[in-house]
Design a binder for this molecule. Structure first.
Ligand SMILES: *[C@@H]1O[C@H](CO)[C@@H](O)[C@H](O)[C@H]1NC(C)=O
Ligand SMILES: *[C@@H]1O[C@H](CO)[C@@H](O)[C@H](O)[C@H]1NC(C)=O
Ligand SMILES: *[C@@H]1O[C@H](CO)[C@@H](O)[C@H](O)[C@H]1NC(C)=O
Length: 815
């Protein structure tokens, strides 16, 4: 580099091929050429510049000599002396970044040896473009980077120098960055990205910018680099819900874990910054029991029993939170829809129980209320009642029903009702429920006691023991308790003038009828009493029944011999004409029996006689007849002992003695009196008879007078007596009239009897009425005449007077 003495000005005018300076005497010659000249390009005529003889160049063996073994960039054309380019000259290769680039070589001539230094200044041309160290520059910038932040970019290099080196940079248009070009300490130019608008990763997470470096050459060359910017996330975004309000509808009774709604909040941040978790931020205690949110997925699920009736809408706020705690809220509204899950409920609001059986149809018995907790159609309820009861439901105010009777109740038919009320809602499927109301019908005393039979008949044998049971009557009353309790009693009345209570008594509780006293069939044969059955209600109801008591006969009366007088007292003697033929009626034993029927069916027997073959007695008539003609040889005095027996079981009997005198004339029998066992007695009897007849006559007269008076009052007792002979009352049967319950005289027995008091001529005959049931004589005697009339009934007229006296009952036979 000894040629530093060259004016730099000469270098600056490098475009000039020729150089004015020429150093003689081994002086140096300097040329300046641009790099990259073509081979053969003429640099200059060195022969001329050095003043060399062109013709001799060749002969002098002119040549270019390079120090060392460096490349021979130039050559000399020995024919004309031009210095030409022999090799490609690349300044950058030769000199790099050096500002001046000089190739030194010598021109050597021989003959004489002559050496000239030649300096070849290599001028730069813009043959290199700027080059960035890498094609791609990656930069990571946090999105949180603030405005003005600088991001230097490695400078681009250009092998050329000076003007041809990198002069400027250019950045592709973009939204975020500006470019600033700075100069290094060493003069190199580099660029910086300057953030003038913040990055948003969420908007653009990467961007590529093309940075171009330009040199100052002409033509200008450039180099580019791609700056790849990755925006790094910062937790600058809160999660964002997809909706501000989530609405969901959920049927009640949904199963646990049923998905109600899926929330979704997105956080555009990355990683933890974008990890969203969900939780309820405001929720009622009730809703908290029913719903749960999945922290990770944001799915709200059922976690408890959902009941529409508990709540129909739930509102809650939910919060989404990212990893670093940025949150946002959304509202969730869950509407519960009704499901027909509640059956109607029937409430009995009031009930009249028991209800009297006599309430009129249409009476309100109870009030029913029906409720259903569901809504709308599910709570529309219809109420019904079963068909077979006399009740119905009448709709009242909303959801209220009256239970009313539809017909007459009768406790004796149905005493209890189970009324089943069914309520059905109109849901789908409908639900129903039912309630059974037990209703009792209270008794009202509406049934009288009813006897089991329309009338009762009781049979009792006479001579019964007082206190014995006669029969029992039963009446039933359908009513309840005291309304159905039957009490028996005898209705007051009279039987034969005596109060019924002296005959019978009835057990008030059992209806058993007892006999109070002993009955005599011969006194009366039948009577009626009325028994009343009464219940204990208030007022009581009653019914009556007739009890007919029939007495039955016992053989308690022995036959009574009216004629002849009973044995021992008889003084009567029958005369039997001597001329009597066989079969002639001699006499007749007259006997009566107070009993009746078989017990009064008498038979007559001769138990002892003086001459057994002479007399017979009619078995039933009692007529004594001769069996054969009387003969002279027959004893005048004949004695017969006659027994009279009734047909009872056992039979009773009586005997009498009969004295027969076979004679035509009583006077013929001086020893008549001997026949008598006791003459004095006979005489006394005769006197007694006379006295009795007198008294009787007087009595009859008196009676007739009385009856006459009565007759004038149109009351006509029918007692007929005629003749002067009266039968001593002892001869009369003890009972002579029958009075039945109605006071009617009944069946009549007529007896014809012939009484002979010693003489056939003084026969008298009486026709008497003999009644089976007659009043006792003593009672009769106590009666007033009026009573007689009552007893005997009406008399048709005054008795006719005849040779017989008649004593009969006048009323028609009742049976
Ligand atoms: C009513 O129901 C009760 C109890 O279930 C029962 O004992 C009774 O017999 C029923 N009555 C009627 C009349 O059905
Ligand atoms: C009997 O009937 C009456 C009404 O006649 C009624 O008031 C009473 O309660 C009834 N007695 C009973 C025990 O049922
Ligand atoms: C029963 O007899 C009594 C007394 O004669 C009377 O008061 C009552 O009304 C009668 N009862 C009936 C049901 O006939």
């Amino acid at each position: 580099m000894g040629n530093k003495g060259f004016s730099p000005l000469g270098l600056l005018c490098g475009c000039v091929v020729f150089i004015q300076t020429l150093h003689l005497v081994y002086g140096d010659v300097t040329y300046s050429i641009q790099e990259e000249m073509k081979r053969g390009s003429v640099i200059g005529n060195i022969a001329k510049d050095l003043g060399l003889e062109v013709g001799r160049l060749s002969s002098r063996n002119a040549r270019i000599d390079i120090e060392g073994n460096r490349k021979q960039f130039c050559d000399i054309n020995t024919r004309n002396g031009d210095l030409v380019v022999a090799e490609r000259i690349d300044r950058e290769e030769l000199c790099g970044e050096k500002v001046s680039c000089i190739i030194r070589f010598e021109l050597v001539l021989e003959g004489p040896l002559e050496m000239h230094h030649v300096l070849l200044h290599i001028q730069d041309i813009n043959d290199n473009a700027p080059i960035f160290p890498k094609d791609l520059v990656r930069i990571e910038i946090s999105e949180s980077a603030v405005k003005g932040a600088r991001f230097p970019i490695n400078e681009a290099n250009d092998a050329d120098i000076n003007e041809n080196d990198v002069q400027s940079y250019k950045l592709e248009r973009n939204d975020n960055f500006d470019l600033k070009v700075n100069t290094n300490a060493d003069g190199g130019k580099y660029s910086e990205l300057i953030l003038y608008k913040e990055l948003d990763r969420e908007e653009k997470r990467e961007m590529s910018l093309l940075l171009t470096a330009l040199d100052g050459g002409s033509p200008q060359r450039s180099g580019t680099v791609v700056i790849q910017i990755t925006v790094l996330d910062a937790n600058d975004n809160a999660p964002v819900f997809s909706q501000a309000v989530y609405k969901a509808s959920l049927p009640e009774n949904s199963d646990v874990d049923t998905v109600v709604v899926r929330l979704s909040a997105t956080d555009v941040d990355e990683g933890l910054n974008g990890e969203v978790s969900y939780e309820f931020s405001r929720i009622s205690d009730l809703a908290a029991k029913l719903f749960a949110v999945n922290q990770k997925t944001g799915v709200i699920q059922v976690s408890g029993p959902i009941d529409f009736e508990e709540g129909t809408t739930y509102e809650m706020r939910i919060e989404a939170k990212d990893g670093y705690g940025l949150t946002s809220n959304a509202k969730v509204i869950i509407d519960i829809t009704d499901v027909n899950d509640n059956a109607p409920v029937i409430y009995l609001k009031s009930l009249t129980n028991p209800i009297p059986e006599n309430v009129s149809p249409g009476t309100e018995v109870g009030i029913i209320n029906v409720q259903d907790r569901d809504s709308e159609n599910n709570r529309q309820v219809r109420c019904s009642i079963q068909q077979n009861v006399p009740f119905k439901l009448v709709p009242s105010i909303k959801n209220y029903y009256s239970l009313v009777t539809t017909g007459q109740l009768d406790r004796e038919v149905v005493s209890d009702y189970n009324i089943t009320i069914t309520a059905t809602d109109e849901g789908s499927p409908p639900l129903s429920s039912s309630k059974t109301i037990q209703l009792s019908v209270a008794d009202v005393n509406d049934n009288p006691p009813v006897f089991e039979e329309q009338s009762y008949s009781a049979y009792v044998a006479e001579n019964n023991k007082p206190g014995s049971t006669l029969c029992s009557v039963t009446a039933r009353d359908q009513d309840w308790r005291q309304n159905g309790t039957v009490i028996y009693s005898l209705l007051p009345g009279e039987v034969n003038g005596a109060p019924v209570s002296s005959y019978l008594s009835v057990n008030g509780d059992t209806g058993v009828i007892h006999v109070v006293r002993s009955f005599d069939y011969e006194q009366f044969r039948t009577f009626k009493v009325h028994v009343m059955a009464r219940d204990n209600g208030s007022p009581p109801l009653s019914s009556n029944v007739t009890v007919s008591v029939f007495l039955t006969d016992l053989n308690d009366n022995s036959p009574q011999i009216l004629y002849p007088a009973p044995e021992g007292n008889s003084f009567m003697t029958e005369l039997v004409p001597k001329a009597a033929h066989g079969g002639s009626l001699v006499s007749k034993v007259i006997a009566v029996d107070a009993d009746s029927g078989q017990n009064a069916w008498l038979s007559y027997h001769i138990v002892k006689s003086t001459d057994p073959g002479l007399f017979t007695i009619g078995l039933h008539s009692g007529e004594i007849r001769t069996q054969r003609d009387i003969s002279e040889s027959d004893n005048m005095k004949q004695n017969l002992i006659v027994a009279v027996k009734d047909n009872g079981q056992p039979s009773l009997s009586a005997t009498c003695a009969m004295f027969l005198l076979i004679s035509d004339n009583l006077a013929e029998v001086p020893e008549l009196k001997d026949m008598s066992h006791d003459e004095r007695n006979s005489k006394l009897t005769s006197y007694l008879i006379i006295a009795l007849v007198s008294v009787s006559t007087f009595f009859l007269t008196f009676i007739i007078v009385i009856l006459g008076v009565r007759f004038c009052r149109r009351r006509k007792p029918r007692l007929l007596f005629d003749g002067a002979v009266a039968i001593p009352s002892a001869y009369l049967p003890p009972n002579y009239a029958e009075v039945d319950g109605t006071g009617t005289l009944r069946s009549t027995y007529n007896y014809d009897a012939y009484l002979t008091t010693g003489s056939r001529t003084s026969d008298f005959k009486f026709v008497r009425s003999y009644n089976d049931n007659t009043l006792p004589a003593d009672q009769t005697l106590r009666k007033s005449p009026t009573d007689f009339a009552d007893v005997f009934g009406d008399c048709d007229g005054f008795p006719e007077v005849g040779t017989s006296f008649r004593f009969q009952s006048a009323s028609p036979v009742g049976d």
